[in-house]
Design a binder for this molecule. Structure first.
Ligand SMILES: [Cu+2]
Length: 404
């Protein structure tokens, strides 16, 4: 019997009363009573929203932090820590959260102006019962009003095993952000506690004409439609250091000095798994109760579309370069800000490739007017990253862009 199954059985019989200590997510009473739920079909993450008359939209959501399993590009299973949507109510959240971590964490999308109550429940690490690590939620690069909700352990609350804590945010800045756990950040981030966080600008819904096309959705409040798009996609670059994850299954010192991702990924999968659009086609780890790698990375567009690609890197040890041969790319934002200087002068520019370090992100527009329909490849030009571990041929950081 695998250790994790043994401890799951143990929790089910002996430790249940402790797990039932209480899961109390906070959400304002008007949202609870009058709000409506919207469920992300890809990840199962539920946002409960309510807009009081004349007020800002209020949003409540609930995630769990724990451990789980993912399948690497060579078919091996790798242990990790991660986030997942909370499932059920009260103690069900604890039970359903066991070994249920998702890689990457669910993509979260808010609107500028939102008031957000985000509850985090730490369900513990079933496969490593010797660990009593806290977890937190940190919005990377986001100017939070107060350190208390920033998730950095030295300056804010962290969440103990079996506990639930509700973060409050006033979402005043649109852009492409990331979220991750900040507790023992190098370890917990390498283990998989990473996701994307997009904030849609207030300008959305108004019409702006730019370069001969009229748009109603934008990456930023640009005033001139220069960040307008027809479709948007979020891609997170990263990697798994298979040795680090394997060593993590047992109690021992971890080789931080040797951290080096050998399985590069887009949205938590290595090519060709990045192109498995049907979730049922994606393998599930032998020890995982359900699919943990929910997000494929196939970008689909219709000829003539202007496509926004929100591209981030949350690797803890490497820079990655991404290119898209045959597709014109234009950088219109970087570091969750529109590509403009302090005087408003634009530094948006066309590029053939993008290189990002850990924690960096860009907003790219791909204008498909004049591009022939077909299948294009987005891939890293670091050839050593186009692999699935020792399998050198066409793996890792690559996906397809299908233009119809
Ligand atoms: Cu953590």
């Amino acid at each position: 019997m695998k250790l994790s199954k043994f401890f799951a059985a143990l929790l089910g019989t002996l430790a249940l009363p402790a797990a039932m200590a209480g899961v109390y997510p906070q959400c304002p009473s008007d949202v609870t009573a009058l709000g409506t739920d919207s469920v992300d079909p890809a990840t199962g993450l539920t946002l409960r929203t309510y807009t009081p008359p004349g007020g800002n939209r209020k949003v409540c959501l609930h995630v769990v932090a724990g451990d789980g399993w993912q399948v690497l590009g060579d078919g091996r299973q790798a242990y990790g820590f991660g986030f997942a949507p909370a499932q059920g109510r009260d103690e069900e959240v604890m039970i359903n959260g066991i070994a249920a971590a998702k890689f990457p964490a669910p993509t979260i999308t808010f609107q500028e102006g939102d008031e957000v109550w985000l509850s985090l429940t730490n369900v513990g690490m079933i496969h490593r019962p010797d660990l009593f690590d806290q977890h937190s939620v940190h919005w990377h690069g986001y100017p939070q009003a107060s350190a208390i909700f920033d998730g950095v352990p030295q300056a804010s609350a962290t969440v103990q095993m079996g506990s639930t804590f509700t973060y409050y945010y006033k979402v005043n800045d649109p852009g492409t952000f990331m979220w991750h756990c900040h507790v023992e950040a190098t370890e917990h981030m390498e283990m998989g506690m990473l996701g994307m966080l997009n904030v849609l600008p207030r300008q959305n819904g108004s019409a702006r004409t730019n370069d001969g096309k009229t748009f109603t959705r934008f990456a930023y409040n640009d005033g001139d439609g220069s960040t307008g798009y027809d479709r948007e996609f979020s891609l997170q670059m990263g990697a798994v250091d298979s040795n680090f994850h394997e060593l993590h299954e047992l109690v021992q010192p971890l080789p931080f000095l040797e951290l080096k991702g050998d399985f590069t990924q887009l949205n938590g999968r290595g090519y060709p798994m990045t192109t498995l659009e049907n979730q049922a086609d994606m393998p599930v780890g032998a020890d995982a109760p359900a699919l943990s790698q929910q997000l494929h990375s196939v970008l689909r567009a219709t000829a003539g579309d202007r496509v926004l690609l929100r591209l981030t890197n949350l690797s803890v040890d490497a820079y990655y370069t991404l290119t898209a041969m045959g597709l014109p790319m234009r950088i219109v934002g970087r570091g969750a800000a529109i590509a403009r200087g302090p005087a408003g002068d634009s530094w948006a520019h066309n590029t053939a490739s993008v290189t990002l370090g850990g924690g960096d992100g860009v907003d790219l527009l791909i204008d498909t007017r004049g591009v022939a329909p077909g299948t294009y490849y987005l891939y890293t030009t670091n050839l050593n990253f186009l692999s699935n571990g020792a399998n050198e041929d066409r793996g890792g950081l690559m996906t397809t862009f299908v233009l119809q």
